[in-house]
Ligand binder design. Structure first.
Ligand SMILES: [Zn+2]
Length: 432
């Protein structure tokens, strides 16, 4: 019923936008064949123009709709930047492949490294925002504070750009932590909230090879979608060349998403194109995070996740009838599972568990990066044979810089200025 209503609305709007105008059909940008000096580049197959007001929430990890992509089309997104070195390397990799992506920038990072935001603009990428301080409490903070986080983040990125039109009204919640009143505010401002269709766990302490494996595996399960990555992560820098190379080898195409403007109307689509096909029950990530249902209740307890929520390891159901701490003890002499269930610190439900669980402890979100993470490259493509892997000290710096405290007061970047990188490192901690 709702879908049929929306069909009519959307169709009428597009009819008005595109009547007799063929130029409103998808604008194409650089293709692989148009990537000078890089004949093997994957390129960007097309540009998708979207109107944030028509589809205010996208990404099937949390919402019913996602971008209207064709089969084997992928949208790359990067969060948490800009951070010199790693972000610059991501830009270099994307440039060498003629790939355009969407970046969700943190306001305070933009204040400290404004040139990093301008590099995104100059390279033609889409620039969205990711709050001012990257708090891990957007799902429960007072709406006034949440609005301030959103507004300040936008203002900081705009200031770095020096030009309003270079900023897309695209937004992503830190940690994908959502709340209804926050989303209502975003929609009222014409801002599109992006979730994702799949992750590659590149904020965790995993190897670049694992990031690559997860990106490809989860994409193959869905066939299309929005991939969430982090340009500040050294492991992402190391994994990205191989990911792009493999995407091309498997016939995937990169789509660049830009916001509609008066001179560039939205790409005409049908409503059903915004619906991703039902996720496979064997895709672990399709069950994570079931945050949307959590935060809309506004209650102090959460619904007990089904045991299937903890599907993992290539879809094999993990039957855990014991707390994770016992599992950890047992794991001391045995390799841990390849993919830990999320959240790691959360007790997993027994079959006879109560129907409601306490709200997750704030410490759940303190997933600290190992200080001496190995960040070996994962067989970079020939284009990037010269790709260097950030040093351990750089990796440590990144981990400290983007880590975030779970408690509100400590999670926020201090308001005192000027903000220095060591200052950021002390107060920010990891997340997505
Ligand atoms: Zn983030």
């Amino acid at each position: 019923m709702i879908g049929s209503v929306r069909v009519g609305v959307r169709t009428r709007q597009w009819a008005g936008l595109c009547l007799g105008v063929f130029t409103c059909i998808t604008a194409h940008t650089a293709s692989a064949a148009d990537c000078p000096g890089h004949p093997d580049a994957i390129g960007t197959s097309r540009t998708l123009v979207v109107d944030p007001r028509e589809s205010p929430r996208i990404g099937t990890m949390q919402y019913p709709e996602t971008l209207p992509l064709e089969d084997h089309e992928v949208v790359l997104t990067f969060d948490d930047g800009p951070l010199p070195h790693n972000s610059n390397q991501i830009l270099d990799i994307l440039a060498s492949e003629c790939v355009k992506a969407t970046f969700f920038e943190i306001g305070r990072m933009a204040q400290v490294y404004p040139e990093g935001v301008r590099k995104l603009r100059d390279a033609g990428h889409s620039i969205g925002t990711h709050t001012q301080n990257h708090p891990l409490s957007m799902d429960r903070m007072p709406i006034d504070r949440a609005r301030q986080e959103i507004d300040d983040g936008i203002a900081s990125v705009k200031a770095a750009l020096g030009h309003d039109t270079a900023l897309a009204l695209f937004y992503r919640n830190p940690g994908l932590l959502r709340a209804g009143d926050v989303e209502d505010y975003l929609a009222s401002q014409g801002i599109q909230t992006w979730s994702a269709d799949f992750l590659a766990d590149d904020w965790r302490h995993v190897s670049p090879s694992r990031v690559y494996d997860l990106a490809i595996k989860r994409l193959e399960e869905k066939g299309r979608g929005i991939l969430l990555l982090h340009d500040i992560q050294a492991r992402t820098v190391a994994a990205l060349p191989r990911i792009l190379h493999e995407l091309k080898a498997r016939g995937y195409r990169i789509v660049h998403v830009v916001p509609a403007t008066s001179g560039q109307p939205a790409t005409p689509t049908e409503p059903q194109q915004w619906q991703l096909h039902p996720p496979s029950e064997t895709v672990a990530i399709s069950h994570w995070p079931k945050i949307p249902n959590f935060v809309f209740t506004g209650a102090d307890t959460l619904p007990a996740p089904a045991l299937s929520d903890f599907d993992w390891r290539d879809g094999q159901l993990m039957r855990l009838a014991e707390p994770l701490d016992r599992a950890r003890r047992l794991a001391r002499g045995v390799p841990l599972p390849r993919e830990a269930p999320w959240p790691r610190q959360s007790p997993l439900p027994l079959d006879n568990a109560a129907s409601a669980l306490p709200v997750p402890a704030e410490s759940i979100f303190e997933i600290q990066e190992k200080r001496h993470a190995a960040t070996r490259p994962v067989a970079p493509s020939s284009h990037h044979a010269e790709q260097t892997v950030p040093s351990e000290s750089e990796t440590d710096g990144v981990a400290r810089l983007i880590s975030a405290d779970a408690r509100d007061s400590r999670r926020m970047i201090p308001g005192s200025l000027p903000i220095t990188e060591p200052g950021l490192r002390r107060v920010l901690r990891h997340l997505i």
